[in-house]
Design a protein around this ligand. Structure first.
Ligand SMILES: [Cu+2]
Length: 127
C-alpha cells in the first residue's frame, strides 16, 4: 500500500525529531491513520516529544479493569498519557523514552494482574 502524502510528511517530521518513525506509524495505523492525537504532540513541542505505543492487554473485562491499569501506569515517571480500552484490549500510552522504557510499562501492567505484551505489527494488532 502506498503511504499517503500526509503519512509521508508525518514520518519525515518524526525523523527530524528523532522519533522511531516505524513505531509511530505502526501505532497510527493500529488506531486508524488520522486518529493520532496531534494535540498531545503539539503540546510537548518545546521538549523531546513523547513516544506513543499501543500495547495489547489481556484480561480486562470492564471499565474498572482499564481504570486499574490507568492508575498504575500514571504512577510511572515518564508516562504522559494512558488510555486503556477493555473492549479493544489495548493500552495506549505516551511516554518519554528518556525516563521510562516499554519494558517497564509492560511490567507495571503485569503487576496489576492483567497481561500486557509488546506491540505487534499493524497487521495483527487488535482494533
Ligand atoms: Cu473489570
Amino acid at each position: 500500500m502506498e503511504p499517503s502524502s500526509n503519512q509521508a510528511a508525518r514520518v519525515a517530521s518524526f525523523r527530524k525529531v528523532g522519533f522511531s518513525a516505524a513505531l509511530c506509524l505502526a501505532a497510527a495505523m493500529a488506531v486508524g491513520a488520522g486518529a493520532l492525537p496531534v494535540p498531545v504532540f503539539a503540546a510537548a513541542a518545546a521538549q523531546a516529544q513523547p513516544e506513543k505505543i499501543v500495547l495489547p492487554v489481556r484480561g480486562m473485562t470492564c471499565g474498572a479493569c482499564s481504570g486499574i491499569i490507568r492508575d498504575e501506569l500514571r504512577k510511572l515517571p515518564g508516562v504522559v498519557t494512558v488510555e486503556a480500552d477493555y473492549e479493544k484490549g489495548t493500552a495506549t500510552v505516551t511516554y518519554r523514552k528518556d525516563q521510562v522504557t516499554v519494558e517497564q510499562i509492560v511490567a507495571a501492567i503485569n503487576k496489576t494482574g492483567f497481561k500486557a505484551s509488546m506491540p505487534q505489527s499493524p497487521d495483527v494488532s487488535p482494533r
